[in-house]
Design a protein around this ligand. Structure first.
Ligand code: ZN
Length: 294
């Protein structure tokens, strides 16, 4: 990082600490950073990060496959990063799921002729909840699908409902590396009240990922670390199971519903980034689940 980066990093940490009571020494993260970083993961496979959001892109012999554009600003910055690597056009944009914090800003790629790809369930969300900065998909798929371009391929893996109902995990070029958005943010708790997570299906999916062959490392949709070990999935699954078990126990003992979330503490997971800010919200989500089946 340049000295300017360090200055912004430090200022943002102080701001984060003030807003959330976070301890900078624990999180070592800059949630407010707007810096850009492109990292080569394997031959033809890159991860692009803008601030706290991350995607991957593939440079193939016949053009570029981009995943989530993230936002109009991020997409513009990513386009500049791609141009430093290849003169070939972006041919495809593949959405990981339907949430606006990942899928906005694709117009810059649409304008150069890219085709947009998503699971069919995402397309239904986009029709129901359109956004002016969202480019709807041209191609949709069900189940698993492999997108091929030139000498490369991007496997799209679907695990059913978990975080939303169209989340797609991606495997570039048959590698043992998966791009996993929002199901796992390595070294962190879940976020806030866990919007659009279905607890049982979520844990089921994490277990299915753990059991997946040819999977050693992951690239997450959020976070500063470009590549994390597969154990990040296990860590998140263990956290979710401990959280659900603790909430269930409180409900079973007849604790007043509105007091349960605030009483939950998981000392063995206090080391996770975001713990202090998120544990109550995460627990609240589980209270809803056990009260409502949702
Ligand atoms: Zn999401």
């Amino acid at each position: 990082m340049t000295s300017g980066h360090y200055r912004r990093f430090f200022c943002a940490l102080v701001l984060a600490a003030a807003l959330f009571g976070a301890q900078p020494a624990r999180s070592q993260e800059n949630l407010f950073s707007q810096d850009v970083e492109t990292t080569k993961i394997a031959e033809g496979v890159y991860t692009f990060r803008h601030g706290f959001a991350r995607n991957i892109f593939l440079v193939t012999s016949e053009g570029v496959i981009v995943t989530d554009p993230l936002s109009p600003t991020s997409a513009r910055l990513m386009r500049q990063e791609i141009a430093k690597i290849t003169d070939l056009p972006v041919k495809y944009v593949v959405y990981s799921h339907q949430h606006w914090d990942h899928v906005l800003g694709g117009k810059i790629f649409k304008d150069e002729g890219a085709a947009f790809v998503s699971h069919k369930n995402c397309a239904a969300h986009f029709e129901r909840d359109p956004h002016p900065d969202l480019v709807p998909p041209d191609l949709t798929f069900e189940g698993n699908y492999t997108l091929e371009l030139g000498d490369s391929k991007l496997e799209l893996l679907y695990f059913g409902r978990n975080h939303g109902d169209c989340l797609t995990v991606m495997r570039p070029n048959g590698a043992s590396i998966l791009y996993i958005v929002d199901l796992v943010t390595p070294g962190r708790t879940s976020w806030a009240t866990m919007p659009d997570y279905y607890p049982l299906d979520y844990v089921r999916t994490l277990k299915e990922l753990e059991a997946l062959a040819n999977f050693d490392q992951m690239i997450a949709g959020h976070g500063l670390v470009p590549l994390a070990p597969k154990s990040a999935v296990t860590e998140r699954r263990a956290y979710m199971e401990a959280l659900m078990s603790a909430v269930k126990k409180e409900i079973d003992t007849g604790a007043p519903f509105n007091q349960i979330a605030g009483a939950i503490d998981l000392p063995e997971f206090r080391y996770l980034a975001g713990y202090d800010q998120n544990i109550k919200g995460n627990a609240e989500r589980m209270v809803y689940y056990y009260l409502m089946g949702w």
